[in-house]
Design a protein around this ligand. Structure first.
Ligand code: NAD
Length: 350
């Protein structure tokens, strides 16, 4: 088991990688705890949850909305949870985003922690203190920052994940490798079979590498005023694909990365060999999905993106394998790039 610390202004958060999730109960206060989970996770693991009331939500992205927060807040109130309360999320990125948001606004803030149950949330969503819900078709547009006191990442829980969910998480692992750790990228390339067979020791090692990178970025720039922007690699187009096609987050980010890599090459940030190496890895794990977003829809998604300011948006370019930069780019240029790329793809498939 490895403990990775995140140090931000005034708070300390500890990520426990390889800890058995059943031990989370020992880290909780004796009373005032509420567990938030989803119906799938509760069905699989509920009989071993710590002995506190459980509020279980409908699984999936459609639960990430204000109505669900309101409903849960009413239930916390009904259960007599006051400012000394503690919310434990047991679930994937959706449950952690919801529980973290709720914990940061309920009575202006209560304590919280996560047991992170998907690959996507272990390598990314549960680390870093960002949380949020969607507003209609716009992703994560209402949110706060709150560092959970601890996060347990137990790779044993990943054995029950459906293949699609597991692969979706792999995309965020590859994202971390592309933007921040060439060694991790090489390990993913070299361990295809071990990753597909979910070798537990290998996974623990890879997850811990990804979290260490994210922890170092978040410790330096919790509020995303600079360095942290690079974590959005693949997400400008990815969020548009996710919302337009209801594609799972990781697959949408993978396709967003393919576009970002081609754009990085076009802008001179990447060598052709680096571009091809990254796209080959995404293809090898079958992470790319077809997308063809019409102009008017794409425009809506991009203008509502949180990374936009005025007529420009911070776009993240890969500047090598293991390196990235965020640069302000006119929205119109991004729009033109997608259009041209769509045309090229159509021509190639004729
Ligand atoms: N806050 C952040 O920094 C951040 C970063 C990346 C992604 N996200 C968000 O994370 C969300 C995606 O997270 P996700 O992919 O974990 O989705 P998810 O939470 O919806 O989980 C995916 C599915 O797997 C099921 N599941 C969860 N754990 C399981 C297990 N151990 N065994 C079997 N089934 C299990 C869930 O019930 C669900 O059906 C998106 O909303 C995305 O925006 C947030």
């Amino acid at each position: 088991m490895e403990k990775i610390a995140i140090d931000t202004a005034g708070t300390k958060s500890e990520i426990l990688v390889g800890e058995r999730w059943e031990k989370a109960g020992a880290l909780l206060p004796d009373k005032g705890v509420i567990i938030i989970s989803d119906d799938n996770v509760f069905r699989l693991y509920g009989d071993k949850f710590p002995p506190f009331p459980v509020f279980s939500i409908k699984p999936g992205e459609s639960s990430k909305k204000l109505e669900v927060i309101e409903l849960l807040a009413e239930r916390l109130l009904g259960a007599g949870i006051d400012r000394s309360g503690f919310i434990l999320a047991i679930g994937g990125g959706v449950v952690c985003d919801i529980a973290g948001f709720l914990a940061s606004v309920y009575m202006r803030g209560v304590r919280c922690a996560y047991v992170s149950t998907t690959l996507l949330s272990q390598v990314d969503a549960s680390t870093g203190g960002k949380n949020g819900v969607n507003l209609g078709n716009t992703k994560n547009i209402i949110g706060t920052f709150l560092q959970p006191e601890f996060v347990v990442c137990d790779p044993a829980m990943l054995m029950t994940l459906p293949d699609e969910e597991y692969l979706s998480g792999l995309a965020e692992l590859i994202k971390t490798a592309v933007i921040g750790n060439e060694k991790l990228f090489g390990l993913i390339e070299d361990n295809h079979d071990g990753i597909i067979s979910r070798d537990r020791e290998l996974l623990e090692f890879l997850i811990s590498m990804a979290i260490k990178y994210k922890a170092s970025v978040v410790s330096e720039d919790e509020r995303e005023t600079g360095l942290r922007r690079v974590l959005n690699f693949g997400h400008t187009f990815g969020h548009a694909i996710e919302m337009y096609k209801a594609t799972k987050h990781g697959f949408a980010v993978a396709s967003g990365m393919e576009l970002a890599v081609s754009y990085s090459f076009k802008r001179g940030y990447l060598e052709v060999s680096e571009k091809e190496r990254i796209i080959a890895l995404l293809k090898r794990f079958d992470l790319l999905r077809y997308h063809d977003i019409p102009d008017n829809q794409l425009y809506q998604y991009i203008v509502h993106d949180k990374k936009k300011s005025g007529s420009e948006i911070y776009f993240v370019f890969a500047s090598g394998i293991g390196r990235a930069v965020a640069e302000k780019v006119p929205v119109s240029e991004i729009f033109d790039f997608y259009r041209q790329n769509r045309k090229d793809r159509k021509n190639r498939s004729l």
